[in-house]
Design a protein around this ligand. Structure first.
Ligand code: DGY
Length: 314
């Protein structure tokens, strides 16, 4: 049995794979599609990253493939429909990264509100000459309104944090939730009433570029937008324009429309914080994610059972 690891995994996890009799084909974390196709030809499984596009062509060129384990909770990089038609299990890593990602969303929110990276640059540049009443003024967070776009596990974990700051919580989601005092609202209301908007929806055809200039113009001029979900929820060129023109106040971004490329205009702005897609990037969380991938692959190839974190059914 062979499994392609498109990227190295924590060494303990790789060892556990080998001990269970699974041979690994090692990738370097930056594999091109062609390299994945070549390396996966004789593979029974693939453990891949969200940057790897596992489309129909990749799937079809690996005739023995039985499981695709994504080292992420989002799986928009995989053609799940095609995999399902071939009875290939697709798995993700839910739950274990919920808190880490919500922590990052809230860190970006607070950092934008209080201009932390800008303040750090200001001090290092020698501009701090002593306390002044008008220096580095930001926005209050406590008591403000947060709008959460997508109220799944991570959206609700952001709500929990917001509740600790006595915030009013609005959300859009197809499902109504009885959770804290959160209020389900329509998208237009969320745009209009929120002081902070946190994007926590998984990406699908219905919400691609849900945030364009039209939406930014409906938001408060003091609004702060945080995206730790997927870059393609936003039209990045429109966002750059909205931030330049101060149509909204600031943005904290962990993900990008054309990742890893980042709009050059955004890089020049002080009212945007840019992070390198690090929502789940804690030592503990990344280890747990790798362990779920390991268990998923073992379930399919050795235990001959449907993995717990399987996202497709037939
Ligand atoms: C995921 O798991 O989908 C996250 O984006 C990774 O940080």
């Amino acid at each position: 049995m062979k499994v392609l690891l498109t990227s190295p995994l924590p060494i303990d996890v790789e060892n556990k794979l080998k001990v269970s009799g699974i041979e690994t084909i090692a990738g370097n974390g930056r594999m091109t599609k062609q390299e994945i196709i070549e390396s996966a030809k004789n593979a029974d499984g693939i453990i891949c990253l969200l940057r790897d596009s596992i489309d129909a062509e990749v799937i079809d060129s690996s005739p023995g493939l039985k499981v695709i384990a994504n080292y992420a909770v989002g799986f928009d990089n995989i053609d799940v429909k095609h995999a399902t038609s071939k009875k290939i299990f697709v798995t993700n890593t839910p739950d274990v990264l919920t808190d880490a990602t919500a922590d990052l969303a809230f860190s970006l929110l607070l950092s934008c509100a209080r201009r932390i990276p800008e303040a750090d640059r200001y001090v290092r540049q020698g501009k701090f000459k002593g306390w002044r009443p008008d220096e580095m003024l930001g926005s209050d967070v406590a008591g403000k309104t947060i709008g959460i776009f997508g109220f799944g596990r991570i959206g609700r974990a952001v709500a929990k944090r917001a509740s600790g700051f006595s915030m009013r919580i609005l959300y859009t989601d197809p499902k109504e939730w009885d959770f804290l005092d959160a209020e389900q609202v329509d998208f237009e209301t969320l745009l209009k009433l929120s002081d902070f908007i946190s994007l926590n929806a998984s990406l699908d055809k219905s919400n691609q570029r849900a945030f364009t200039m039209r939406e930014f113009e409906k938001m408060k001029r003091s609004a702060i937008l945080v995206n730790t979900a997927r870059g393609k929820l936003i039209n990045e060129e429109d966002l750059a324009e909205a931030l330049e023109q101060k149509i909204i106040q600031a943005a904290g971004l962990d993900v990008y429309e054309f990742e890893p490329e980042i709009n050059e205009r955004l890089k020049r702005l002080d009212n945007v914080i840019l992070a390198p897609h690090m929502g789940s990037a804690t030592v503990e969380t990344r280890l747990k994610m790798a362990e779920i991938c390991l268990e998923s692959v073992k379930d399919v190839l050795i235990n001959k059972r449907r993995p717990d974190s399987c996202v497709n059914f037939w």
